[in-house]
Design a protein around this ligand. Structure first.
Ligand code: FAD
Ligand code: UDP
Length: 383
């Protein structure tokens, strides 16, 4: 059997590209090294609860095309992410908004919150923020930085905030209104049947082989297709010949608990450095405590998420986009330009992409492949 395209990785990026290519009549083979599709967005049902196996995944986007595309395959529920932060017994609303400022300082009006933040920024003497610590303080002041950002960020990234890029903290909204919605997105929700069903529908019409590591049988697989798209780590593709790109990995501890309500919210962030985990997730609240038939779920499933250093054999969840790693990535990208292979997705592009971004990029890549504007021979990188 010969295929037009071989896609290594059955995450949302690879599955989006596969959908568009099969819709255009192309023959597609998808190989996935794990024993399931869905990549890190994978969900599975445990006692009626849709469990997010690799951490909480809340879909959000401003992109109408991406939203319309995905709504062809699944119905999204109306879940709105409103995590709370727990710091040494004190509870704060997230993202940083008037509820947080009230809880932190007792203020009730935006102008008082703005005044306190301005005083703290002035005292810290920051003009041009050049790292995550300075960026955080200049956005929300030192009290919030100390209680809600420093411990959490240093646990998550395993290094001081001063050594992290400022863009990471700019992912979070700062609002002077009473609004606990974690995202500034036009559309938000979670597929009612989970992300695995979404991916299954994206992959309909493609041949999918699980438990197949592309890198372990590259020659045989390359010979089976005209064009190859690799969505795993770009440095692994090249045998890490220039050295290892850095990632952060995660460890999950999941328990089925005999209570109907453990923490009263889907996501609780532990922002204190003394608590070893970063987040605790009670999965049933992503679906309002109901199973797929609409019945109340009696028990609950809770996952604690621990951030750990990445080493060989661990899953690479987060690229560490500091200058050193970005520079190394650029060297691999240059090497990729000479290959008959395309790269994309979070790991292939070494970018901290959200799901809507990989879907948007998957749609764009498929479009370019189909209209011939990407030639794998010259290795142009549309991603
Ligand atoms: P992946 O999902 O990583 O898929 C790549 C696939 O390729 C994997 O299945 C992998 O096993 C496979 N693969 C790798 N190497 C090989 C190989 N050699 N051969 C065969 N297969 C291979 N985004 C949001 O929008 N909202 C959220 O709330 C959100 N929360 C997140 C929480 C966590 C803890 C993490 C880690 C990420 C979160 N994301 C979230 C980001 C989201 O997971 C990614 O944007 C998305 O999953 C990326 O899709 P992808 O296909 O590029 O990569
Ligand atoms: N962050 C924080 N405290 C929190 C939540 C987030 O300091 O309670 C910071 C942290 O640096 C994190 C960044 O904000 O890496 C982005 O948070 P986000 O929730 O987007 O991270 P992700 O969901 O990608 O893990």
């Amino acid at each position: 059997m010969h295929y037009d395209y071989l896609i290594a990785g059955a995450g949302l990026f690879g599955a989006t590209v596969a959908r568009e290519l099969t819709d255009a009549g192309k023959k597609v083979l998808v190989v996935e090294k794990r024993n399931h599709i869905g990549g890190n967005a994978y969900t599975e049902e445990v006692d009626g609860v849709m469990v997010h196996r690799y951490g909480a995944h809340i879909f959000h986007t401003n992109d109408n095309e991406v939203w319309a595309f995905l709504n062809r395959f699944v119905t999204f529920n109306r879940y709105t992410n409103s995590p709370v932060a727990l710091y040494r017994g004190e509870l704060f609303s997230l993202p940083f908004n008037m509820y947080t400022f009230h809880q932190m300082w007792g203020v009730t009006r935006p102008e008082d919150a703005r005044r306190i933040i301005a005083e703290q920024v002035k005292e810290a003497g920051i003009d041009e923020p050049s790292n995550l610590e300075e960026q955080a303080i200049s956005l929300v002041g030192t009290d919030i930085y100390e209680k809600l950002i420093r411990g959490y960020t240093e646990k998550q990234w395993g290094r001081p905030c001063k050594e992290l890029p400022a863009f990471i903290i700019r992912r979070l909204p700062v609002r002077f209104t009473y609004d606990n919605n974690y995202f500034n997105a036009r559309h938000q929700g979670i597929p009612e049947e989970g992300y695995t069903v979404l991916t299954e529908r994206l992959l309909e019409g493609s041949e999918v082989r699980l438990n197949t590591d592309y890198l372990a049988c590259r020659e045989e697989l390359d010979a089976m297709a005209d064009t190859v798209l690799f969505t795993g780590p770009i440095d692994a593709f090249f045998g890490r010949c220039f050295g290892k790109l850095e990632y952060r990995s995660l460890r999950f501890e999941t328990e089925l608990l005999d209570t109907d309500n453990y923490q009263g919210n889907a996501v609780v962030n532990y922002t204190d450095s003394d608590v070893p985990w970063i987040r605790s997730i009670e999965h049933k609240w992503f679906m309002f405590g109901k199973d797929r038939q609409g019945n109340d779920i009696p028990g609950t499933v809770v996952t604690k998420e621990f951030s750990v250093p990445w080493k060989d054999g661990c899953e690479p969840y987060y690229p560490v986009n500091d200058e050193k790693n970005n520079e190394l990535y650029r060297r691999y990208r240059k090497l990729a330009d000479g290959q008959k292979v395309l790269f994309g997705g979070r790991l292939g592009s070494y970018q901290y992409y959200d799901m809507d971004q990989v879907v948007a990029r998957g749609l764009a890549l498929a479009r370019q492949l189909l209209n011939g504007s990407v030639s794998c021979a010259d290795g142009e990188d549309p991603c």
